[in-house]
Design a protein around this ligand. Structure first.
Ligand SMILES: C[S@@+](CC[C@H](N)C(=O)[O-])C[C@H]1O[C@@H](n2cnc3c(N)ncnc32)[C@H](O)[C@@H]1O
Length: 284
């Protein structure tokens, strides 16, 4: 691929999705975009660039952006965030919202649905304690293809073997041939919607809990800070944010602070709840 064409793909992806590509990742462009070039009738990536330099079909851009996303995920990925959700976040929210009985959760890079469905199963496990509560889980992603997979809630043997306890598999899935389909009562707890994290978030409303895991790693520091700043504005003052294992707010933004002793968990820096947590930790 001609070097100036690498720059074109890099700039296009940065502008449309936030994805940052360094020259050592040129091979990713080759391997992921060649099938798109073929699909659209171009013989090479240089050839497809000519179309992109003109007035490109928005569907071609969509295909390019989607092909460059990494949708790697699994049920209860990394375990700890889900333990935190069950043992710390949910009990705190249930106590603080005992009169409103309403919790809104956002999975901001939902991929094929394993993350939001893992949360839905944990909520279901609470049984009667959450009866009469209104709990909304919104799963969003930039890839409409992957969201279709999430909506189907249908997984392979390999996918359900990664992280999903067998008891949950038996309880919340139905087997159909070689596929496992999540039951309707769990499926209907999650709504899916296309959303690009670079876009204005105001219309999404306010959230109590945000899972934004394993997506900021693909963005540069400035974009990460900008997205985190906008997520903070969508969160309740005592809302809780979970990032991925390789992600942090340190050195990126002042809008969130890490919750002491709770790895991966963050609250708005101006949260009164965080002030009391820090005070409690300091006194200990
Ligand atoms: C590696 S997956 C993470 C899935 C899940 N959160 C987890 O931790 O297992 C990253 C997801 O982020 C999505 N993504 C990438 N750029 C995005 C953007 N600008 N806006 C919204 N989603 C984006 C990708 O389509 C992909 O499904």
């Amino acid at each position: 691929m001609h070097i100036s064409n690498f720059d074109l793909y890099r700039d296009l992806l940065k502008e449309k999705s936030g994805l940052t590509l360094t020259p050592d990742k040129a091979y990713l462009i080759e391997s992921r975009l060649m099938p798109i070039a073929k699909k659209w009738g171009y013989t090479s990536l240089d050839n497809m660039c000519m179309a992109l330099r003109g007035v490109p079909d928005p569907n071609l851009i969509k295909d390019i952006v989607e092909a460059m996303t990494t949708n790697e995920t699994s049920f209860f990925r990394d375990t700890k965030p889900f333990d935190l959700f069950r043992d710390h976040i949910l009990p705190a929210m249930m106590k603080d919202r005992a009169s409103a009985r309403k919790i809104r959760i956002w999975c901001a890079a939902a991929s094929s649905g394993q993350e939001p469905y893992s949360l839905a199963m944990l909520l279901k496990e609470k049984g009667a304690a959450l009866a009469n509560w209104q709990i909304d889980i919104l799963g969003t992603d930039i890839s409409t293809d992957i969201l279709e997979t999430a909506k189907r809630g249908e997984y392979s043997q390999f996918e359900v073997q990664r992280g999903l306890p067998i008891t949950m598999l038996m309880k919340y899935f139905e087997q159909k041939g070689e596929r496992w389909i999540i039951k309707d009562d769990i499926k209907k707890m999650v709504k899916y919607q296309y959303f690009n994290l670079l876009d204005n978030m105001a219309a999404l409303g306010r959230f109590d809990i945000v899972f934004c895991r394993n997506v900021l790693i693909y963005f540069d520091k400035e974009t990460k800070g900008e997205i985190l700043g906008r997520i903070a504005k969508q969160m309740a003052p005592d809302g809780m944010l979970l990032l991925g294992g390789a992600e942090t707010v340190m050195g990126i933004t002042e809008t969130f602070k890490a919750v002491p002793d709770k790895r991966g968990l963050y609250m708005r820096a101006d949260s009164p709840a965080l002030a009391s947590t820090s005070a409690a930790t300091a006194v200990k």
